[in-house]
Structure formats: structure tokens, C-alpha cells
Design a protein around this ligand. Structure first.
Ligand code: 7PJ
Length: 266
């Protein structure tokens, strides 16, 4: 899963897709095309910066950023378009515009989101977040982070089924960095197989995250090697979809792991 941030302040693309105040659609589409050529099978288009400390964005502003790009990608590229949003209105609009996956860091918790996702008929990635982006990293506390994340995701799966979303349309994501300390993130990575016991595909998003910065003191631009290592560790522990900024490099790392696995099976 390749990431396309349409936010001006996205910590990783730093608004590189902007020309002044506006998203440059041609530039964003070129980036989308490049990610597909590098091997992405899903593109995750987000309009709300949910990095730690981020300020909330209006639903209209988010929609203005995301929808035109979803339409362009749907018209010009053969790829699954994931819309990274918690907004019910944007879920509905993006589905109508050609999106093929709803990726909600709030696990359809916003009023109206369950109904919107059910009406869209799209698969949904349910992610765990403790608190909200603006404050979630101030003092994350759990009794046992893995059990609590697993129980939360199980409860959201039940809510989806009650809303008419078939279990087979659901993906689970522990939400690395969303209200977690470095220790919490590594406990979740270590025990990822316990989340897989739900029998649903797992999505992992570790790319360039601040856990790397905290552990290694690396700025965002220097986080590729650690992001590749974390992608491999997540794949080895059962992640079926890896959400990354650097698709080409990640595909090469996963190709080595796949080749090794095939040799071991001979
Ligand atoms: N499903 C899913 N969606 C995401 N959206 C972001 S935005 C913050 C960032 O890229 O650091 N992270 C994730 C993630 O980990 N999982």
C-alpha cells in the first residue's frame, strides 16, 4: 500500500504535492503513477494529517483535497484506491468516485461512519487509536497493549457486523504510533500473530514513523532503512498489507523474504 498525503503539512511528504496553497493534481497523479509502477497494489489517499500533534481538519477541506485525486486516479490508473478518512460524507463520496477501500484510523467510530461504510459496500480497514492525534502521544497507558488493542478491534468487528458489513470485508490494524510508546509499538509488532487470530487480514503502517525517530534519533528523511526493517518484521509476523511511503525499496525487501521462504519450502 503506497501512501499519497494530500495534506500540506504531512510530516513525510511535507506538502511536496502542493503548488502554493493548492494541491497540484497533476503532480499528485504523477506520484500515484510512480507508486503503481514501483509495485503498489493499493494507493492510500489521505486528507487529514493524523501525525502526533496534528490539528483537526474540516470535513469539507479534507474532501476538497481527496475527492479530485480519487477521481483522477480512478480514471487513469488501474489500482485499488484506499481513502484514509474518518468522515462519513467523504466515505460515501469517495466510494461513488471509485475508491475501493475505506481506511479509517478511528475504526468507523464517528457518528454515521458505520452506516456510510455499510452503504458503500467497500472493504474497511479498522485501526486502533488511543485518544486523538492532537494529544494521543502525551502519555499512552495500557494494562496490556496487545490484549486491549485486540479486544478493541474485536468490538469494532462486532459493530461492523451489526451494521451489515460482512466480516469478510474487514481488515485489522493495530495503529502503530497512534497512542503508543516505543515499547507499546514493539510489543504489538512482537505479538502481531495474536491479532491475526481473528482470522482477518492485518495491515501494518510503520513507515517513517516517530518510533524510529525516538529510537535512532533519525529525521524523517533518514528513516528509510529502519522503515524497511520494520516492514520485513511485520510481514514475517503476519501482516498482509504494508503501508509505506517507499514502495520500490519495500518491494525489493519483501521480494528477498519471499525468495527465502520459497527456498526454505523446497
Ligand atoms: N490503516 C492505517 N492508516 C494509517 N494512516 C496513517 S497516517 C500517519 C502516518 O503515516 O504516520 N498511519 C496509518 C496506519 O498505521 N494504518
Amino acid at each position: 500500500m503506497g501512501i499519497i498525503n494530500t495534506t500540506p503539512d504531512s510530516f513525510s511528504d511535507g506538502g511536496t504535492l502542493y503548488r502554493g496553497e493548492r494541491l497540484d493534481l497533476d503532480r499528485a497523479l504523477a506520484r500515484a503513477r510512480q507508486l503503481c509502477e514501483q509495485g503498489a497494489s493499493i494507493l492510500d489517499v489521505g486528507g487529514e494529517s493524523t501525525r502526533p500533534g496534528a490539528a483537526p481538519v474540516s470535513a469539507q477541506q479534507e474532501q476538497d483535497r481527496v475527492l479530485p485525486l480519487v477521481e483522477r486516479i480512478a480514471a487513469e490508473l488501474d489500482v485499488i484506491i484506499s481513502v484514509d478518512t474518518s468522515s462519513p460524507a467523504l466515505m460515501r463520496a469517495a466510494a461513488a468516485a471509485g475508491a475501493g477501500l475505506i481506511n479509517d484510523v478511528r475504526a468507523l467510530g464517528v457518528d454515521g461512519a458505520l452506516a456510510a461504510a455499510a452503504a458503500s459496500g467497500l472493504p474497511v480497514c479498522l485501526m486502533h487509536m488511543q485518544g486523538q492525534p492532537g494529544t494521543m502521544q502525551q502519555a499512552p497507558v495500557y494494562q496490556d497493549v496487545v490484549t486491549e488493542v485486540r479486544d478493541y478491534l474485536a468490538s469494532r468487528v462486532a459493530a461492523c457486523e451489526a451494521a451489515g458489513i460482512a466480516r469478510g470485508k474487514l481488515l485489522l490494524d493495530p495503529g502503530f504510533g497512534f497512542g503508543k510508546t516505543v515499547a507499546h509499538n514493539f510489543q504489538l509488532l512482537q505479538r502481531l500473530p495474536e491479532l491475526a487470530q481473528e482470522g482477518l487480514p492485518l495491515l501494518a503502517g510503520l513507515s517513517r514513523k516517530s518510533m524510529i525517530g525516538k529510537l535512532l534519533g533519525r529525521d524523517v528523511e533518514q528513516r528509510l532503512p529502519a522503515s524497511l526493517a520494520l516492514a520485513l518484521l511485520a510481514a514475517q509476523r503476519g501482516a498482509a498489507i504494508i503501508r509505506v511511503h517507499d514502495v520500490l525499496e519495500t518491494m525489493d525487501v519483501l521480494a528477498m523474504w519471499t525468495a527465502m521462504t520459497e527456498w526454505e519450502q523446497q
